[in-house]
Write a protein of this length. Structure first.
Length: 188
């Protein structure tokens, strides 16, 4: 099972591979990247890798999960208008710099982009860390949100692309619908 891609940026979708982020007694959190095959499936769905044997090694999953948590803490802090933990920002930058030696800079008008081999740890760590660094450097940080979810239980991150910056939920079909039902019942 794959989580829906609701973040609007690769790094935010990667951070949303566990959820809900805020637990409730009646709703357990689900880990979408619990095993290496889960990670490979997520990467294949995100078009980062080719084939089931693209990722291997004992350290790839823990490295990816560490990066995921650093990304989540960083952007959750940004969304709350707080300074992100220095250690988390450093972890993102370290993952980015460690994978750059495997990257290729492709220049096509009107912009250049980095690409990584579609196998090995850099296949996932490179694009995800690059997405996070790019969002921190050049994104509109006021558009980063944390979904409050049903009864404050979601916690997924998303990039609000609405014209008036009014998006509240990771998804109206998921969290927004629960809130609409709750408000309707309260009125009835």
């Amino acid at each position: 099972m794959q989580p829906p891609r609701l973040g609007g940026r690769l790094c935010l979708d990667f951070a949303n591979t566990v959820g809900p982020r805020r637990s409730r007694p009646d709703k357990a959190s689900h880990e979408y990247l619990g095993t290496l095959p889960d990670l490979v499936r997520w990467c294949a769905a995100a078009e980062l890798v080719d084939g089931p044997y693209a990722l291997h090694g004992d350290d790839i999953l823990p490295r990816c999960l560490d990066l995921r948590e650093a990304i989540h803490r960083t952007f959750a802090a940004v969304a709350a208008d707080r300074r992100p933990p220095d250690q988390d920002v450093a972890s993102i930058l370290h993952a980015h710099s460690r994978t750059l030696r495997h990257a290729t800079l492709t220049v096509t008008h009107p912009r250049a982009r980095l690409t990584w081999p579609r196998t090995g740890p850099s296949a996932v760590l490179g694009p995800v860390a690059d997405s996070a660094v790019d969002l921190l450097r050049a994104g509109d940080l006021d558009r980063i949100r944390v979904c409050p979810g049903h009864d404050d239980s979601c916690g997924w991150l998303f990039y609000d692309t609405t014209k008036n910056r009014s998006r509240r939920w990771c998804s109206m079909d998921l969290c927004g619908a629960h809130d609409k039902v709750r408000r309707h019942r309260a009125r009835a």
